[in-house]
Ligand binder design. Structure first.
Ligand code: 6PG
Length: 266
């Protein structure tokens, strides 16, 4: 395993870690997650993390649940949520609670959720945004960005869909263009569903963004984003470009199978 970050036009290219399979990917990602958590806690006394739903992070979360992460100093938020009750099998909150907060130790971590049982979607998103800002302010992790006060997460964990979506920022949906609100409802015509998602102003102020992707079906969008030549309205994950932060990709050989030879990987 080798890592190379190459500066290109003042922006760090993403680091790319290719693992032999999904289990190795989970181990690599959990190790980096823990390193960043320990660094944040030793420097600032708190770890502010935005977590991904979906299914890929399950192995990483299970490893973290039995790690020596100081969960009592961790504030966890969820990057996006489906328009379902918290006990639904489709709920990202339930997924994270069942995999990451699955031990007595890890349940010391505070996990904030979108209050999807409420009826007004804009109020759900506004409430969630205010909780994010309150946690960021008390952690002294709010920064100015284009005249806004935005949170600066220590770590943002993201997945990527086969269509290039990340969080619930889907191709050609309104939330892609949100420049002020940090958390919004987002109607996804291709799913005929409402979703809730954080927006690029929040994501792009993170210190570190970790993408997890596994399987050949992700190879297309993964290669497009890493190559840096995709349009974010077509491949929303390509809109993740932290203004003062790093991006690290944790992928397995299937998801790496279309990466151009020229892209440094490890
Ligand atoms: C969600 C996720 C979403 C996910 C991708 C990849 O609510 O589903 O937040 O952005 O990360 O769809 O999902 P898998 O990990 O299941 O492939």
């Amino acid at each position: 395993m080798e890592e190379r970050n190459t500066e290109t036009k003042g922006r760090m290219r993403p680091a790319v870690i290719i693992s032999s399979d999904a289990d190795a990917l989970a181990e690599q990602a959990a190790a980096e997650f823990l390193r960043l958590a320990n660094d944040a806690i030793s420097r600032r006394g708190v770890f502010l993390a935005l977590l991904s739903g979906g299914s890929t992070p399950a192995g990483t979360y299970r490893l973290l649940a039995t790690s020596d992460l100081d969960f009592g100093r961790a504030q966890f938020f969820i990057g996006d949520e489906r328009d379902v009750p918290p006990e639904s099998s489709a709920s990202n909150y339930r997924f994270i609670r069942e995999h990451l907060l699955s031990t007595e130790r890890s349940r010391a971590g505070k996990l904030y959720r979108w209050l999807t049982e409420k009826s007004d979607r804009n109020k759900i998103a506004a409430k969630y945004e205010s909780e994010i800002m309150a946690a960021a302010s008390s952690a002294d992790a709010a920064v100015d960005f284009n005249g806004l006060r935005v949170p600066r997460f220590d770590l943002i964990l993201l997945g990527i869909g086969t269509d290039g979506h990340t969080a619930s920022l889907f191709p050609k949906t309104e939330a892609l263009h949100e420049a002020r609100r940090l958390a919004v409802p987002n109607f996804v015509p291709q799913l005929k569903q409402w979703r809730f998602t954080v927006t690029f102003p929040l994501i792009n102020n993170a210190r570190d963004v970790l993408f997890l992707a596994s399987g050949r079906e992700k190879a297309g969008p993964v290669s497009r984003v890493i190559a840096g030549n995709a349009d974010f309205t077509e491949i929303p994950a390509s809109g993740v470009r932290p203004v003062r932060g790093n991006v690290i990709w944790f992928i397995d050989e299937g998801a790496a199978s279309k990466i151009d030879e020229g892209v440094p990987t490890r």
